[in-house]
Design a protein around this ligand. Structure first.
Ligand SMILES: NC(=O)c1ccc[n+]([C@@H]2O[C@H](COP(=O)([O-])OP(=O)(O)OC[C@H]3O[C@@H](n4cnc5c(N)ncnc54)[C@H](O)[C@@H]3O)[C@@H](O)[C@H]2O)c1
Length: 321
């Protein structure tokens, strides 16, 4: 199969991630079949897509006259067979549970064209586990997006030993053709790249708060107005390059063993204190939300809308919109 053969795609599971992928596919001119398990879930998916389109319109990321054309490219169905029968690329966005992913894949394989690419949105499962019982593991990859996929460019591609390397390349080319920044992992690992980087920072943030060094609000502020704002432009290797006229290598030499003192004091625990930290940090986050200016909002949907508006502005600077 060639990239130009991918004109019709399927999105299996239309929750937060599936509805966002579907919107992106339709915005990029593809015909999409959206599957979900029942009419109620389909209705929620339609509402997600309408709400996201409304925000895109409000933030001038789509034009009014494009909206109906985008919507007309999407068909909804409660039959997986109907969704995948003519699809050349299948993005699976079902619940993050291995047996469920495996049974969805079996249903897909029973009806999909044999050369259709299967890509799982899984946030951290190994694609070799998801496809352990697959009839055609050679066409299966992991295609992990960042939420919301219709805005955030990253997709992380993983593959198993049984995946055909031509299909990895094809998936990468396909994602790039719809505006994604695709990275391919050379080896499988739980959590992939981006979520592991995120968790490493979050472990330290939790530790700082739990040790009373700062509160959750100041930890967030230090991240957003310090490294975070630079990371929206360049990755940390490039930031290191810019830290010294001699580049990254000279910067590493300059830092010497100084980082060892910090590392010795930093969090290295292996069990997430989810319950304890949830109790400590929620009150602080609720307080932050109360104190936000009205422009940002005071409820999760209002704040998410503000996030999307800011994301679009940043993406415009990156020439991604
Ligand atoms: N939410 C995130 O931030 C995020 C980010 C990246 C990847 N992911 C991954 O994307 C996938 C979907 O996550 P989500 O946040 O959209 O979850 P969600 O709960 O919002 O959506 C899951 C959807 O799957 C549907 N579903 C349930 N059983 C199904 C079945 N047997 N077959 C097909 N669909 C079924 C549900 O009705 C629902 O619409 C997960 O694998 C998750 O790990 C999530």
């Amino acid at each position: 199969m060639k990239i130009d053969d991918i004109k019709q795609v399927a999105s299996i599971g239309g929750g937060v991630i599936g509805s966002s992928w579907t919107l992106l596919f339709a915005m990029r001119g593809l015909k999409v079949y959206q599957y979900d398990i029942n009419e109620e879930c389909i209705q929620k998916c339609v509402e997600n897509i309408d709400r996201n389109l409304k925000s895109l319109l409000e933030f001038q990321a789509v034009k009014e006259e494009e909206i109906e054309t985008i919507k007309s490219r999407i068909s909804y169905t409660t039959s997986i067979a109907e969704a995948v029968k003519d699809a050349k690329f299948i993005q699976e966005n079902g619940p993050e549970r291995l047996p469920v992913k495996q049974s969805i894949l079996a249903e897909i394989e029973a009806a999909a064209p044999v050369d259709a690419i299967y890509a799982s949105s899984s946030s951290g499962l190994l694609i070799s586990d998801v496809t352990a019982n697959a009839v055609h593991p050679e066409r299966c990859i992991g295609g992990h997006p960042y939420n919301p996929p219709h805005l955030i460019p990253l997709v992380e591609i993983t593959y198993s030993e049984k995946t055909d390397s031509a299909n990895v390349l094809l998936a990468k080319e396909f994602y790039q053709s719809i505006g994604k920044e695709a990275v391919v992992l050379n080896k499988e690992c739980p959590g992939y790249i981006a979520n592991r980087l995120q968790l490493a920072v979050y472990r330290e943030m939790i530790d700082l708060v739990m040790r009373g060094i700062c509160n959750a609000e100041d930890a967030d502020k230090a991240l957003v107005y310090g490294p975070g704002i630079r990371w929206a432009i360049f990755g940390h290797n490039m930031i290191m390059q810019l830290g010294n006229p001699g580049g990254l290598k000279a910067m590493m030499e300059m830092l010497g063993d100084g980082g060892d003192v910090w590392l010795a004091d930093m969090a290295d625990w292996k069990h997430m204190p989810n319950k304890e930290y949830g109790e400590i940090a929620q009150a602080s986050v609720d307080e932050m939300i109360r104190n936000f200016p009205d422009e940002i909002g005071h409820t999760n949907p209002e704040i998410a809308k503000y996030r999307d508006k800011m994301l679009i502005e940043i993406l415009k600077l990156h020439h991604k919109f």
